[in-house]
Ligand binder design. Structure first.
Ligand code: ATP
Ligand code: MG
Length: 781
């Protein structure tokens, strides 16, 4: 066993070794809160507390996995596999698989992801004859989700005057009825959406005394990371669970509360001391993560928020470099600058790809970074894109499996009844739905007695064949593991064959994805079990539950040597040597959607605090003076958060206007020089006033002096003027070009008159366009 107490400071050790009674650790970023929580679990176990009696809640499954690994390392055994550790959703789902029947659900309930949930909403709207333009499924979903997380059920919702008024004003008077119908439909389908995992567990504890007693008794020690982001439903569950032993340990930072839009509230932190007697409060004050400079910037900016819990934060780390502020003319330039800088830093300071993170406010910003990293051949991993499990072919295949496990899952049935095509058309499906609604049966139940519903002979045969096939799959469930069933389904339904025969690029990728799915099922069926025997359940049902709760991040290897791209929300709790905080523009960050009230603006500022404090050594803050938004070019002011950083800690030499251009020769000469690109930046006149002088003339940029990339590795930094009208002689079919507005593309052909040639270009993002070369802002790449 490691001497895990030794590396801790006094405060940390105090928090780790305080075993009994409620304890709250409030401290700023990088002060070791998560480390304390992890070490505390190891300590509890080392003191002989049974791992089965410990519940630890983390913000992501990935964080839980890392924690488990650390604990195993500290203790030198694999006891940690018995812990109940994971996100609220995954831990509660795991318990509900044993208890759901006590609140009227089948234990093999299906978990609906957001796509499924929205599909149910559409069905409900349709049945209620409501217009999905007036009631946008996405908005309806968010509204229902918010209500659930605030523990407002359909009945309470419909009787709440304030909510009614709000809905009247927003022109959605039927919202309450939709919520009720949606909840009813999920219940009938034997399905829970993500929010239900919280509130159904809450209902279980509240309404079933034996269950409450059982889990209160079981979870003698409860630990929660990122407590500032728990929502009311989560808060109430913890309160119930912790009431017997009161051994609740919460860890959080009010300055990092960034999920209030999901109902999380920092009130939880303030309330904690009132909920229990004798709460031990520990403040950690030493930051181990970041340089002095980074920490000072973070502390100053967050100081603009009102009503903070008073905290001190210092570090013994070195001063470090100033924060580099970068201004570019466009989002593409921003992407190029970042990619070039990563390359340069790798060469100069021997960083690896994995040392870099590019963090942004919204997922849509990733494109420019991806393109440029790809162009430079820098490996990257993007988080938060379409998750593997939300791809169409995967969802299709998984829908079969879901239906086998829970025949009441109407959403799954609708997905597969005519995929692959078996002659069951829309009219037939509509009729099935109609009969199901009239008789209050599930679609599967109607199918089983299709003969009574008066279908034409041909249709009836197709329906009966489908039922027979599904029943043959079901008969396998008892005796076969998840992999055998899935492989059989893939084969018998001809899904695998169909995808195999599709030799288009997409078809090949889809085929590979299905194979990958089967591999993952196989791996899962062969993975080791825990001691309690719960995960011995290698049934299909158990598999399906865990994949629905996997997020995109859970499938990716955090240690891979790749640059990480993700939103700031997704970066919570993580740390990187070098961080690029991108898109610091008014309306993007702070986001235009979130600056209507002081509370919203303060939440954006906390988000900025989060991004700054992800960096250990170096931090770049970038903004583009113009970028495309919904297809049109918009000019942006720099973010107010830039102004809020202490001026003396910010290096503005990249923000004055110029971007970098490599000049000839690497030898003794400075390898990079700044270009004076005055007019490219004219749109940023105002910014120049605020943020520094226009670019100096051919001034040597100090941070590039001595940079000696290998001679064959030409790192080119270009500004927008490089998009000057092209030299037409250079252009030919097959060439890759970049257009200022349309982005990257390939020239398909050049025609038109000799004096006024026209290029037909296929753009990656914007499709095929004809462009007059003499006027085009084109650049060969
Ligand atoms: P955040 O608020 O961002 O979640 P945190 O407070 O949870 O941060 P940790 O992630 O636990 O902070 O720790 C930050 C870094 O400091 C980690 O790399 C951790 O290993 C290191 N660290 C924490 N405490 C110590 C210590 N006593 N000695 C050395 N390193 C430490
Ligand atoms: Mg943490």
């Amino acid at each position: 066993m490691q001497d895990y107490l030794q590396g801790l400071n006094d405060r940390q050790r105090e928090a780790v070794t305080h075993i009994n009674g409620p304890i709250m650790i409030v401290a700023g970023a990088g002060s070791g809160k998560t480390k304390v929580l992890t070490t505390r679990i190891a300590h509890l176990m080392a003191q002989g507390i049974d791992s089965f009696n410990i519940l630890a809640l983390t913000f992501t499954n990935k964080a839980a996995k890392e924690m488990k690994e650390r604990i195993e390392k500290i203790l030198g055994n694999n006891e940690a596999r018995n812990l109940y550790i994971g996100t609220f959703h995954s831990v509660f789902a795991r318990i509900l698989r044993f208890e759901a029947d006590k609140i009227g659900y089948p234990n093999n309930f299906t978990i609906y992801d957001t796509d499924d949930a929205k599909s149910v909403i559409k069905t409900v709207l349709n049945e209620m004859n409501l217009d999905d333009k007036q009631y946008k499924p996405n908005q309806v979903y968010n509204r229902i989700s918010a209500a659930k997380n605030a523990l407002v059920g359909p009945h309470e919702y419909m009787n709440d005057y304030a909510l009614q008024q709000e809905d009247m004003r927003a022109n959605r008077p039927a919202m309450g009825q939709i919520y009720a119908a949606y909840a009813q439909r999920c219940f009938k389908n034997g399905a829970m959406d993500f929010d239900d995992l919280l509130i159904k567990f809450y209902e279980l504890l509240k309404n079933v005394p034996e269950a409450l007693h059982k889990y209160q008794h079981k979870f003698k020690y409860i630990l929660i990371d990122e407590y500032q982001d728990t929502n009311p439903a989560q808060y109430e569950v913890i309160k119930l669970l912790g009431a017997m032993h009161e051994n609740v340990c919460v860890v959080g930072d009010d300055a990092q509360s960034i999920y209030s839009f999901r109902g999380a509230t920092i009130q939880n932190i303030l309330q904690f001391q009132k909920d229990y007697d004798n709460v031990k409060v520990v403040m950690l004050e030493q930051n181990y993560r970041s340089t002095q400079t980074i920490l000072n910037v973070a502390n100053q900016v967050i100081g603009f928020n009102k009503g903070q819990i008073e905290k001190k934060l210092f570090t013994d780390n070195s001063t470090g470099e100033k924060i580099k502020l970068i201004r570019t003319a466009s989002d593409n330039d921003e992407g190029r600058f970042v990619a070039d800088t990563i390359q340069e830093q790798k060469l100069r300071n021997h960083f690896n790809n994995r040392d870099f993170a590019i963090l942004y406010r919204t997922n849509a910003q990733s494109r420019a970074f991806e393109e440029n990293l790809r162009r430079m051949g820098i490996a990257y991993t993007m988080y938060g894109g379409t998750s593997f499990y939300s791809r169409k072919e995967i969802k299709d295949m998984v829908a079969y499996l879901r239906l086998l496990v829970n025949t009441n899952d109407d959403e799954a049935l609708k997905r597969v009844i005519n995929y692959p095509a078996r002659g069951i058309g829309k009219t037939t499906i509509d009729k099935l739905i109609l009969v199901a609604n009239e008789s209050n049966l599930s679609l599967w139940q109607v199918l089983e007695r299709a003969r009574e519903a008066g279908f034409r002979a041909g249709t009836l045969t197709a329906l009966e064949d489908f039922v027979t096939m599904m029943k043959s799959f079901m008969s396998m469930l008892q005796k076969n593991n998840a992999y055998d069933v899935a492989a059989h389904v893939g084969k018998q339904t001809t899904i695998i064959k169909e995808l195999f025969n599709d030799k288009s690029t997409e078809g090949v990728a889809r085929y590979e994805n299905i194979q990958e799915l089967l591999n993952s099922i196989k791996e899962w069926t062969e993975s080791p079990d825990n001691d309690e025997g719960e995960l011995v359940d290698k049934s299909l049902g158990a598999y399906l539950q865990q994949i629905t709760l996997l997020t995109d991040a859970d499938n990716k290897d955090p240690n891979a040597d790749t640059v990480k791209l993700m939103t700031i929300h997704a970066a919570k709790g993580l740390e990187f040597e070098c961080v690029f905080a991108a898109g610091l523009e008014e309306s993007l960050f702070p986001n235009a959607m979130a600056i209507n009230t002081r509370e919203e603006l303060e939440e954006e500022r906390r988000l900025f605090y989060v991004v700054v404090t992800r960096a250990k050594k170096r931090l770049w803050v970038s903004y583009a003076t113009s970028r495309y938004k919904f297809g049109s070019l918009v000019q942006n002011e720099p973010s107010r958060f830039i102004e809020e950083m202490p001026a003396e800690l910010v290096d503005r030499s990249f923000a004055g206007g110029g971007v970098l251009k490599q000049t000839s020769g690497f030898g003794n000469k400075p390898a990079f020089e700044r270009m004076n690109k005055g007019n490219a930046w004219s749109s940023a006149g105002q910014a120049e006033k605020k943020y520094g002088p226009p670019p100096g003339k051919e001034k040597t940029n100090p941070s590039y002096i001595g940079a000696t990339p290998p001679a064959n590795k030409v790192v080119e930094h270009k500004a927008s003027e490089d998009f000057a009208a092209s030299d037409t002689a250079d252009l030919k079919a097959g060439q890759r070009v970049e257009h200022l507005k349309f982005g990257f593309g390939e020239i398909l052909k050049i025609d038109g008159s000799a004096h006024n040639p026209m290029a037909t270009i296929k753009f990656e993002q914007n499709g095929e366009k004809k462009i007059l070369v003499n006027y085009a802002k084109l650049r060969i790449v």
